[in-house]
Design a protein around this ligand. Structure first.
Ligand code: EPU
Length: 417
């Protein structure tokens, strides 16, 4: 497995085009299984998670191709309803296929999904919702089997937490059905809105996505569709951190400004100039970042949990002490030990991290503990004196398209070998 070699302290500047959002592309690819025809999906990032989704679709009988960020899925001949353990373990989003297979076939068998180690990531909210939709759910020796047992005209589901994945699974399972489904306390993330837009473009009737009340009127079929995946707001925040820690001047094009509202206001608190002109963001950082009193991750439109590690890498170089409170995942700070190897002063107390900014970090050999933690290590390495070696980069490649090439185009000294 190759590593990333980074020589830090180079000032980054230039323009990058933002990749498509992994967390949008994956549930939409699951939805392509329900389409009785062809899905053409543009702006798909070339990532290992995406390739894993294509393997699942192929295993279920779809004909898939992937060329220059466009995926084509022909799902006319879908026959399968079982996803093997190997494929399920490749990523967390494999659980999205459960709802999609149910919409297509009425029954499905999967195992618990894999994904980043961010603490326990149960799927109880997904399974409870499927039961409420009229599926009998059985768990046996690691396998989960769901079968339609009753068809209900109207179902109201209240989520006890606005889980992104569970909201997506409910939409997927009920968009082609005989039911009208109302979801209360639904997740409001832009990726949900993108999934609903895709389904509606294919002939579905999903209303209210982006609010906490989503109403789905089941239709009889979804038909061939062409769609563009939204840009990746978390990757945008990664370039913003790269600018902050290198005193850089970076333009990120192809953004959707409202997706970045909380992120931009936090980065302004760091002292950077953040301006947006149409769909382009420019972040200029010409002095050491300022510490921030307290930042809390929260559900959209709050500060995203996935952007937390990137922000913490920037705060590690800030003037003063900052506090980050993680409210979504139990165990999101594994990467902090790696940043400490570079000299960062960060103390973790459960879901809270106290970051005492240091004026200097030094290059070190560090490993990626998970996707965003790995990206945080890259950011820290860009700001450290000397060379860093970043290992276990398969985590980063789950979510970032050609991160070394893109950073090199901004003047970073980074190679993958
Ligand atoms: N949760 C449960 N039970 C469930 C589902 C979730 O207890 O049945 C808990 C989780 O354990 C977690 C919290 O609820 O503590 C949030 O989970 P959620 O279901 O909202 O997250 P997810 O769907 O598993 C997606 C993204 C994550 C992102 C979260 C939160 C995808 C593929 N993943 O995960 O992205 O952090 O929403 O916004 O969409 C990443 O891209 O690096 C990543 C981890």
């Amino acid at each position: 497995m190759p590593n990333l070699y980074v020589s830090g302290m180079e000032r980054l500047s230039g323009k990058v085009k933002l990749q498509g959002a992994k967390n949008s592309a994956l549930p939409i690819l699951a939805a392509s299984l329900i389409v009785r025809g062809t899905t053409i999906l543009h702006n798909c990032p070339d990532l290992t998670d995406l390739r894993a989704a294509l393997k699942i679709l192929t295993s279920l009988g779809c004909d898939c191709s992937f060329c220059e960020n466009t995926v084509t899925v022909d799902s006319r001949n879908v026959t399968g309803e079982i996803i093997s353990e190997d494929l399920m373990r490749e990523m967390r989003s494999s659980i999205m296929f459960l709802g999609a297979i149910l919409a297509r076939n009425g029954s499905a068998t999967v195992t618990a999904p894999g994904g980043c180690e961010l603490g326990p990531r149960p799927i109880d909210i997904h399974l409870k919702a499927l039961e409420e939709l009229g599926y009998a759910v059985e768990e046996n020796e690691g396998y989960i089997t769901c079968k339609k047992s009753v068809t209900k005209d109207k179902v109201e589901i209240s989520l006890n937490f606005p889980s992104v994945g569970a909201t997506e699974n409910i939409i997927l399972a009920s968009c082609v059905s005989k039911s009208r489904v109302i979801v209360h306390n639904a997740a409001k993330e832009p990726e949900i809105t993108d999934l609903a837009a895709f389904i509606n473009r294919a002939g579905g009737k999903v209303y209210g996505a982006g609010t906490d009340r989503i109403e789905i009127f089941g239709v009889s079929r979804l038909s061939s569709v062409e769609h563009n995946v939204i840009p990746d707001r978390i990757v945008a925040s990664t370039f913003m951190s790269a600018s902050v820690v290198t005193g850089g001047d970076i333009c990120v094009s192809g953004i959707i400004p409202e997706h970045l509202t909380a992120i931009c206001s936090t980065y302004r608190e760091l002292g950077s100039s953040v301006t947006i002109d149409n769909n382009e963001l420019r972040i200029v950082s010409d002095s050491r970042p300022l510490g921030i009193d307290t930042v809390r991750s929260s559900v959209y439109p709050g500060f995203p949990t996935d952007a937390g590690p990137l922000l913490i890498s920037a705060l590690a170089k800030a003037e003063g002490t900052s506090v980050f409170v993680e409210t979504i995942f139990d165990n999101r700070f594994n990467y902090v030990d790696e940043l400490k190897r570079m000299g960062a002063d960060i103390k973790v107390y459960g879901r809270l991290a106290v970051i005492n900014g240091k004026s200097r970090l030094s290059g070190a050999k560090v490993k990626c503990t998970d996707l965003r933690g790995g990206a945080a290590a890259v950011i820290a390495a860009l700001s450290a004196e000397g060379e860093s070696v970043i290992t276990d980069i398969h985590h980063i490649e789950r979510g970032y398209e050609n991160i070394s090439g893109v950073l090199r185009s901004l003047n970073a000294k980074i190679i993958k070998e």
